[in-house]
Ligand binder design. Structure first.
Ligand SMILES: NC(=O)c1ccc[n+]([C@@H]2O[C@H](COP(=O)([O-])OP(=O)(O)OC[C@H]3O[C@@H](n4cnc5c(N)ncnc54)[C@H](OP(=O)(O)O)[C@@H]3O)[C@@H](O)[C@H]2O)c1
Length: 336
């Protein structure tokens, strides 16, 4: 049972909180709608009424689980965290005695990190979480989609020390991470080439891509097309193929690396001095605030593919797991 929510007490009948639970591993149908009591914030916590959350690739991977080794970290026999969800926007409804940064009525967005729990109408989070206030320049739906792809893109681009006039090749550019990476790389002055399906070329161009190839063109791309950064967003290519398009001394990012690719990358880094970045990102408040200010300046906009109501979470998971969402999928939880 997650510590973010009180126990199921639907019989109390007072202010029940609707929550989507994930009590066992399996297909989307394991997700169930339950009613719980609204939690009370501890001294350093705030109670948030969630307006929107989003369904990300991390969510279905944890639910399934995929890869199976996920069980080692998140519960061998059943998921340790009963409520999934790692990004949200909402409104502060109550604050603990020691909270200083937030007050009732503030609009908040961000991530509870791997504690998860945003597939619910209410959540209590520490004020020290990666959460921040936002104003009317950002919609609740945008707010709920800001942290997942955006924080991933910023973290990896920082590791590559991206700067003006560098060339970057983004593979899987229509994904949540890809659509964020295009815009943030452009903000830093990079020259962006994207790879995605033919259908998504207009989308990635509208987000700022300077040049776009579809998957087939990528596989026949001449080896002398080389880039300062190769940014693989979806884990669908080989390390070899990516290295062929990397300039000497350039940075390769493997956002969705498998364990095998991580091992291979580690060996290449140690023995061949290749700069390969992989593994979980560090979510920081500084980076979240950076994304909020870019959005307020009109330089960053999360791309939203679809909305589902909370009670259609099963359908949302089927859609996201199929692997063809464009950008982000939003869940409407309560009214903004
Ligand atoms: N390291 C970290 O901390 C971290 C953080 C976030 C995410 N991730 C990982 O990053 C990966 C991407 O996450 P995401 O949520 O951004 O993915 P996503 O949005 O679910 O990816 C869907 C997109 O991928 C594209 N795609 C599917 N097959 C493709 C292929 N063969 N070649 C190129 N594009 C293809 C689809 O385009 P089409 O429909 O046109 O094929 C679709 O637009 C996941 O593996 C996730 O686990 C890692």
């Amino acid at each position: 049972m997650t510590d973010l929510h009180c126990k199921l007490i639907s019989s109390a009948g007072v202010f029940p909180l609707r929550v989507i639970t994930n009590r066992k591993y399996g297909p989307p149908e394991v997700l169930k709608l339950e009613e719980w009591e609204i939690p009370k914030p501890k001294e350093d916590q705030i109670l948030i009424r969630i307006v929107n959350t989003s369904v990300n690739s991390a969510d279905w991977r944890l639910r399934k689980p995929d890869p199976k080794i996920v069980r080692l970290f998140f519960g061998i026999f059943k998921p340790r965290s009963v409520v999934l969800g790692i990004s949200f926007s909402g409104i502060v409804e109550a604050v603990g005695k020691k909270v200083t940064k937030f007050q009732v009525g503030d609009k908040i967005l961000g991530s509870p990190g791997m504690k998860m729990g945003t597939y619910a109408e209410y959540i209590c989070v520490s004020e020290k979480s990666t959460i921040t206030k936002f104003t009317s320049g950002i919609s609740f739906a945008e707010g709920a989609t800001l942290s997942f792809g955006g924080l991933t893109a910023v973290d990896f681009l920082q590791k590559c020390n991206v700067h003006t006039k560098q060339t970057i090749l983004i593979y899987g550019a229509s994904s949540a991470v890809g659509t964020a990476t295009i815009q943030i790389a452009k903000h830093f002055g990079a020259i962006v080439t994207t790879i995605c399906s033919k259908e998504n070329i207009p989308l990635v161009k509208s987000l700022g891509a300077d040049e776009s190839f579809d998957y087939d063109q990528f596989f026949s791309l001449p080896e002398n097309n080389k880039y300062d950064i190769v940014f693989e967003c979806v884990g669908k290519t080989t390390i070899d193929k990516n290295l062929k398009h990397l300039k000497e001394g350039g940075n390769l990012v493997l956002v969705g690396a498998t364990f095998r690719q991580m091992w291979e990358s580690f060996c290449l880094s140690v023995f061949k001095r290749k700069k390969i970045h992989f593994g979980p990102i560090k979510e920081t408040l500084e980076n979240l605030n950076f994304l909020v200010s870019l959005t307020n300046l009109g330089k960053y906009k999360t791309y939203i593919d679809r909305h589902y109501p909370l009670e259609e979470m099963v359908e949302a998971h089927h859609y996201v797991e199929a692997g063809h969402k464009k950008g982000n999928v939003v869940i409407d939880v309560t009214k903004g």
